[in-house]
Write a protein that binds this ligand. Structure first.
Ligand SMILES: [Zn+2]
Length: 291
């Protein structure tokens, strides 16, 4: 076990207002009995090892308040997938339209728990009807304005989706769990844990390669993973995005960080490999050196 962050994102759309992307974990998920009742199989094992930590100021509602919003102000929620750490606070947004790939919805029985989607009455289970988008054979322009583009990145879950957001002169991609960390962008060097065995692994590798190719086509694209516990998230992305945008200097710093990790062919340098250090029998730290 090691520590990793769980992120959700707030997008202030020029005409649609605040849009929430994923909903993180909830307080009830931090209670010890929440997971201990679930036993059996690989997912049971994973659940037994999860130890969620959520200080009051990091709860989603508190963070929305920090930006001047109440849950009822959120008219749109977009979910990258239905895993528990992405739908924990979904029940608070019963008045919103929730956008989720139809393929992920169709596979919801596999999740093995009942995430907070019972409260949701307005669903947009979208399909990818938007034609090719660079390295992706199809996309979905969620609001018809070209600003928020859903890209199919299956593998981590059956209908996993990543989101490309047009920010004007540049783009950001909220990769969801298609990319655990930025280092996972080299899908041949760093394996991502996968629930579906070899088939899911190959599918996820394909999704990651498409994201890498997309960034080659769009050099001003910033990739944002959900669970990166390293400096990329905490020294760069998080403080940079606090004002809702990335300045040219901030984007240059992100690009420089990425260039230090990968060689010119996109291969992760061995000096940048994350290293696990055991601290206790069931707990350790991951170090990620920056060459
Ligand atoms: Zn996740």
């Amino acid at each position: 076990m090691f520590w990793a962050p769980v992120h959700a994102y707030l997008l202030e759309h020029p005409t649609l207002g605040p849009i929430l992307i994923d909903t993180g974990i909830s307080r009830r998920q931090t209670q010890p009995d929440y997971y201990s009742a679930r036993k059996g199989g690989l997912t049971g094992l994973i659940w037994q090892s999860i130890d969620n930590w959520l200080p009051a100021e990091q709860e989603l509602v508190a963070q929305l308040a920090h930006h001047g919003y109440r849950p009822e102000d959120i008219q749109h929620v977009i979910l990258t997938h239905l895993h528990e750490d992405h739908v924990g606070e979904l029940y608070r947004f019963a008045g919103a339209t929730v956008h989720l790939a139809a393929a992920e919805w169709a596979d919801r029985a596999r999740m093995g728990y009942s995430p907070g989607y019972a409260a949701i009455t307005r669903w947009h289970h979208f399909t990818y009807d938007g034609g090719r988008f660079y390295s992706f054979a199809a996309c979905a322009d969620l609001f018809g304005d070209g600003l928020v583009i859903a890209l199919p990145t299956p593998g981590h879950s059956y209908g996993h989706m990543s989101l490309l957001i047009q920010m004007g002169t540049y783009q950001v991609c909220l990769a969801g769990d298609a990319l655990y960390t930025l280092r996972h962008l080299d899908a041949d060097s760093l394996a991502a844990f996968n629930y579906f065995g070899a088939v899911g692994f190959a599918t996820q590798q394909d999704s990651v390669r498409r994201l890498a190719t997309l960034q080659v086509a769009l050099p001003d694209l910033v990739l944002i993973p959900t669970h990166d516990p390293f400096a990329y998230t905490f020294t760069l992305i998080q403080p940079f995005l606090a004002d809702g945008q990335l300045s040219p200097a901030e984007r240059a710093a992100l690009q420089e960080y990425q260039q230090r990790l990968f060689d010119s062919r996109g291969v992760l340098k061995t000096e940048a490999y994350p290293r696990f250090e055991q601290v206790r029998q069931d707990y350790g730290r991951v170090h990620a050196p920056l060459p």
